[in-house]
Design a protein around this ligand. Structure first.
Ligand code: GUN
Ligand code: FE
Length: 426
């Protein structure tokens, strides 16, 4: 079935970091869920397509949240007065323990998936909990939301309260296989499993080794946390004295890119050796500026990572981050980059808006293949924004209107349509 159509309006996308393309009153064409390009006049080959006229509205690629925690959504905006390890013990672990109860998971995950559905986010990489049944409720909710997502059953067999510690490495691995196979049986169209060792302090060597073999067997991507907080890094040094640096722990077990995709959240304190391994292995860095502020982790040197040629995207990291808004993630990333430059390193130029926009679209979108841009061949993910709900007494250039929409969080009130892989969601 050909499900072709075109959206007509002010089309904005960033085909490379720092280059914002604005095409006013143009058409972006979708056929079979795939973008065929942007045209001032519709070429003859597309002349029969329905044209949805969006008038003076802004049309942008759906955003990509490269790192978030679905079970932490209920306590977002609270518990902000401690650092990572204490925050996990006091807030994250007690909340995650509730997901032993499938009825609670059902209620909580419906709210989470509904929030993402109504947001400007088209794709997300999501942590669940250790609980297989509850995480399958999460995958069901994500599939129904229409978003494209990777969802992980979390692995942790040490350094957590007893109710959140898996019985053994073998049991954790067996549950992970059960989760992967249940996802396959459900025949999802847009929801995929991802291996999710929480972070090195939560996983014994035996568990990491088993996950490494599951990764190879099923060809799955991996998500985890890396070099987020000084106390955490020190703990990893004590737990894994054999590792050359924190990321080397994952790499020793085949969980750090190379053959499969991997995304590591935070990377606030990655050493030059770690940055080089991230680059060599093609690991994605999920920059989570709100979380890094809230739990006082610091500021990730994103400019340095871009200069080093790393793959970088943005994450909300709820509930370390308080907001589900990827618009907010973009402006937070830009704002913290200015503090980094001003206070810490005058050679690390602040991020510009087109750079931040790129990171939240094509930068993170690359984790999903061709996503996050309106170049021909990319998945057709689009958000239509009506910025007339924020009146302005004079006419602004379209690029300024887009920037203003992000800073003023127009994704709360101004989304009029949303498409994911060509399918209308809103
Ligand atoms: N490191 C390990 N687990 C977590 C988590 O839930 N949130 C954050 N921000 N960092 C982590
Ligand atoms: Fe996280």
């Amino acid at each position: 079935m050909n499900t072709g159509f075109a959206l007509k309006g002010n089309i904005c996308y960033a085909p490379e970091a720092g280059r914002l393309v604005v095409r006013e009153n143009a058409c972006v064409v979708c056929e079979d869920g795939v973008c065929r390009g942007v045209f001032d006049e519709l070429p003859g080959a597309f002349s029969g397509l329905e044209v949805i006229d969006c008038g003076d509205r802004l049309i942008l690629p759906g955003l990509v949240d490269l790192h978030t925690h679905a079970p932490q959504y209920p306590y977002r905006g609270t518990g902000m007065d401690c650092e990572l390890m204490q925050w996990l013990d006091r807030y994250a672990f007690p909340e995650e323990a509730r997901y032993a109860d499938a009825a609670y998971a059902e209620r909580a995950y419906r709210i989470f998936a509904d929030t993402l559905m109504r947001s400007a986010t088209a794709r997300a990489v999501v942590f669940g909990t250790i609980h297989t049944a509850s995480t399958l409720i999460l995958t069901d909710c994500m599939e129904q939301s229409g978003l494209v997502s990777y969802v992980g059953k979390v692995n942790m067999d040490r350094n957590a309260p007893p109710e959140l510690t898996e019985q053994s490495a073998e049991r954790s691995a067996a549950d992970t296989r059960r989760f992967i196979e249940a996802c396959a049986e459900r025949g999802y169209r847009r929801t995929r499993p991802i291996l999710t060792p929480r972070f090195a302090p939560s996983c014994t060597n035996a568990l990491m080794a088993l996950l490494g073999s599951i990764r190879g067997e099923y060809g799955l991507p991996v998500q985890s946390h890396l070099s987020e907080n000084p106390g955490e890094i020190e703990l990893v040094g004590r737990l894994c004295p054999w590792a050359a640096f924190y990321g080397d722990v994952y790499d020793r077990f085949g969980l750090f890119g190379g053959e499969g995709n991997a995304v590591m959240a935070h990377c606030v304190y990655s050493t030059p050796e770690e940055v080089e391994r991230i680059r060599k292995n093609g690991v994605w860095v999920a920059h989570c500026p709100a979380s890094n502020m809230n739990i006082a982790s610091g500021i990730a040197p994103v400019r340095r990572y871009l200069q080093a040629g790393l793959r970088v995207g943005l994450g909300t990291d709820m509930a370390g981050g308080q907001s589900s808004s990827m618009f907010r993630a973009v402006t937070d990333a830009i704002q913290v980059s200015k503090l980094y430059w001003r206070y810490l390193d005058q050679t690390a130029k602040p991020l510009t808006f087109p750079e931040g926009f790129y990171l939240a679209t094509k930068g993170g979108g690359a984790f999903f293949g061709k996503a996050g841009s309106f170049e021909a061949g990319y998945a057709f993910d689009a958000v239509v924004l009506d910025d007339s709900v924020m009146p302005c007494p004079r006419r602004l250039p379209v690029g300024d209107r887009l920037e203003r929409a992000f800073y003023l969080e127009l994704d709360r009130t101004g989304i009029t349509m949303k498409f994911i892989a060509g399918r209308r969601i809103l």
